[in-house]
Unconditional design. Structure first.
Length: 202
């Protein structure tokens, strides 16, 4: 399945760029970093005008599908029965790279845990509960990412070098993505709830 997806993404990306430049399609590894970032980010924005399951994993699956990655087929083939975010995580783990400390790239996926009480037991034990896609990285390390929350596509922010701050010098660097609820000790910001990055690019 991973090999099929890899071949498909080369074809889809080649067609996308050929339609933009009227040039012969190139292979994925022939594109510059800027071109790779452009096609991944463009797909993230284009999904706003298309039908998809209106939750975070449905949005990311739509983006991956537009680039030739069949997450649904993968989970069926391997009999993976878990939530949508965890399914994408499994796909990336087998077909790409999961990481925490390496330098991020535009188009990488960002995984969060404990963004809500999935199993309703009142504990902080809900792994891989939310996902987004990186669309911008500022010089100060603040990452912008697109995701679906409350059925709406929005842009939020995370800065892992300043994990305790919500804002810095008048701008948001770590968004709130979980309500504090009755327990004020629960983590609420993107840096506090961050778990992994994932990459499907070479």
């Amino acid at each position: 399945m991973a090999v099929k997806a890899s071949l498909t993404i080369l074809t889809v990306l080649g067609i996308l760029f050929a339609s933009q430049s009227h040039a012969m399609p190139k292979y994925w590894d022939e594109y510059s970093d800027m071109e790779r970032e452009e096609v991944l980010t463009r797909s993230a924005i284009e999904q706003a005008h298309k039908d998809f399951r209106r939750d975070c994993s449905g949005y990311v699956q739509a983006i991956l599908s537009s680039l030739g990655h069949d997450v649904v087929g993968f989970t069926r083939e391997y009999g993976i029965r878990t939530n949508g975010v965890a399914q994408i995580f499994e796909y990336v783990e087998r077909s790409g790279t999961i990481y925490k400390n390496e330098l991020q790239k535009i188009g990488d996926l960002i995984f969060f845990s404990n963004t809500y009480d999935v199993n309703r037991d009142g504990q902080i034990n809900d792994k891989l509960s939310h996902i987004g896609i990186v669309t911008k990285i500022d010089e100060d390390g603040t990452i912008s990412f697109k995701h679906v929350i409350h059925r709406e596509i929005k842009t939020d922010y995370i800065n892992l070098s300043k994990p305790t701050l919500h804002s810095y010098k008048g701008r948001i660097i770590n968004s709130y993505i979980r309500r504090a609820g009755k327990n004020s000790a629960y983590p609420t910001t993107t840096s506090q709830l961050f778990d992994f990055f994932g990459s499907l690019t070479p």
